[in-house]
Design a protein around this ligand. Structure first.
Ligand SMILES: Cc1ncc(COP(=O)(O)O)c(C=O)c1O
Length: 369
C-alpha cells in the first residue's frame, strides 16, 4: 500500500454498524464509479457469492468473456452454466490486437436467442479479462454489449478487479480517449453497467477486501440479506474499518495515470525481457501479468501430461518464482458430469488452448494472494 493508504489505516472506525470508514468508502465508490448502492464483502469471490445467491438459480446461463475461475465456480456451484462469448482473434492479428477481452456481439445475440432472456439473469463483462491474459475491453465494446443487454432487459455486471488497468488501456489504445483522464474514462465505463463485483486486492491496492456496487435498489436489498448471512453487517461485510479506509484511498490512487503507467510499463518491460530470451508469451502484454505459452515452451510434453503445470513446478524448483497454471488443472469440471472437465461440446470453452498459459506476475498482490 502507499504511504497515503498506511496513514488512512490509522483512521479506521471499527464501529460494528455505521462505521465512518464505510461511509467514506461508499462515498468514494458513488462518486468515482457512479453506483448509489454499495455492499462490502471480504474479497471478490465473496461479492460473487452474495450477488449470485440473490440472482442466479439452477439452469441459468451466464454469458461473458472468459469468466474468471472463482466466478465460474460460483455459477456452476448453483448448477448454472457460463457461455464464453469472447471474440476470436485471427492468428495474424493476435500479437497486436488492442482489446482481446472484447465480447463478440454476434455470439452474445446467439446465446440470448438460444436460451432466452428468462434463463439469463445477467451478462458478466470482466475488465480486464484475467483468464484471457489480462486483456482489456474497449469502451466501444462495453457500449455495444450494454445496448444488447438493454434491448433484452438483461442486467450487465462488470467483474471489475482490474478496471483501472482497463481504463489505462482505453486511454492509450482507443481513439478519442487520449485527452481524457483515467477517472473520466472509469466513470464512462461504469455508466454502461447495472452493477459490479470487485476484488479490491487488485485495483484498490489493499491487502483484503471487496464489494458489490449496484444501481437497482431491489437487487441491493436482496443482496443485503445474503451479505449478512455470509459476510457480516452491511456496513462492514467482513472488512475492518481500517481496510475500508485504505480501500477508499486506494481507489483514488489507482485511477491516476502516472501510477498506472508505471505499473503497466513494468509488466511490458518484463514481457520484453522474457521475449528477448526467446520464451513464447501471450501478446500484447496484459495489464498485470505475463502469460507464458507453456505448450510452445515444452513442445515435447503432450497435453495429457499438463505442460503448464510442469512449467509451474519446474519454475518454482529452479527459481523460487511462484506462477500458476491456467489450463486443464485450473479449469472447472462440467457441472452436469462431476469429475469431467468442461469442454467445447457444452457450448463453450474457456480455454482456447488448454493447459497453455502460466502467468508470472510482477504484482505483489498476486504473488501474495
Ligand atoms: C477478474 C477476477 N475476478 C474475481 C477474482 C476473485 O477475487 P478474490 O481473489 O478477491 O476473491 C479475481 C482474483 O484474482 C479476478 O482476477
Amino acid at each position: 500500500m502507499s504511504d497515503h493508504q498506511w496513514s488512512a489505516l490509522m483512521k479506521g472506525d471499527e464501529s460494528y454498524a455505521g462505521s465512518k470508514s464505510f461511509l467514506k468508502m461508499q462515498r468514494t465508490i458513488q462518486q468515482l464509479l457512479g453506483f448509489p448502492y454499495v455492499l462490502p464483502t471480504h474479497q471478490g469471490r465473496a461479492a460473487e457469492n452474495v450477488l449470485f445467491s440473490a440472482t442466479i438459480k439452477e439452469g441459468d446461463v451466464i454469458p461473458g468473456n472468459a469468466h474468471f475461475d472463482t466466478t465460474k465456480g460460483h455459477i456452476e456451484y448453483r448448477k448454472a452454466v457460463t457461455v464464453d462469448c469472447t471474440i476470436e482473434v485471427p492468428e495474424a492479428q493476435s500479437k497486436e490486437h488492442p482489446f482481446k477481452g472484447n465480447i463478440d456481439i454476434n455470439k452474445l445475440e446467439a446465446c440470448i436467442a438460444q436460451y432466452g432472456k428468462s434463463k439469463i439473469p445477467m451478462v458478466i463483462h470482466t475488465v480486464t479479462c484475467n483468464t484471457g491474459g489480462g486483456q482489456p475491453v474497449s469502451m466501444q465494446n462495453l457500449k455495444d454489449v450494454a445496448a444488447v443487454c438493454k434491448m433484452h432487459g438483461i442486467p450487465l455486471i462488470f467483474d471489475s478487479a482490474r478496471f483501472a488497468e482497463n481504463a489505462y488501456f482505453i486511454k492509450v489504445r482507443e481513439d478519442g480517449y487520449q485527452d481524457s483522464s483515467i477517472k473520466e474514462i472509469v466513470k464512462e465505463m461504469f455508466s454502461f453497467a447495472d452493477g459490479m463485483t470487485m476484488s479490491a486486492k487488485k485495483d484498490a491496492i489493499i491487502n483484503i477486501g471487496g464489494f458489490i456496487a449496484l444501481k437497482d435498489e431491489k437487487v441491493y436489498q436482496a443482496c443485503c440479506t445474503y451479505g449478512i448471512i455470509f459476510e457480516g453487517f452491511i456496513t462492514y461485510g467482513g472488512m475492518s474499518g481500517r481496510d475500508m479506509e485504505c480501500l477508499a484511498a486506494g481507489l483514488m490512487e489507482s485511477t491516476e495515470y502516472d501510477y498506472l503507467h508505471a505499473r503497466i510499463s513494468q509488466v511490458a518491460y518484463l514481457g520484453d525481457l522474457i521475449r528477448a530470451y526467446g520464451i513464447p508469451i501471450v501478446e500484447p502484454a496484459g495489464g498485470h501479468a505475463i502469460y507464458v505459452d507453456a505448450k510452445a515452451f515444452f513442445p515435447h510434453i503432450p497435453q495429457t501430461e499438463y505442460p503448464a503445470q510442469v512449467l509451474g513446478v519446474a519454475l518454482y524448483e529452479e527459481a523460487g518464482v511462484r506462477g500458476v497454471e491456467i489450463g486443464t488443472v485450473l479449469a472447472d469440471r462440467d457441472p452436469r458430469f462431476p469429475g469431467k472437465s468442461a469442454h467445447p461440446n457444452w457450448s463453450f470453452c474457456v480455454w482456447p488452448s488448454p493447459a497453455a498459459f502460466i502467468p508470472i506476475t510482477t504484482c505483489r498482490s498476486w504473488l501474495g494472494a
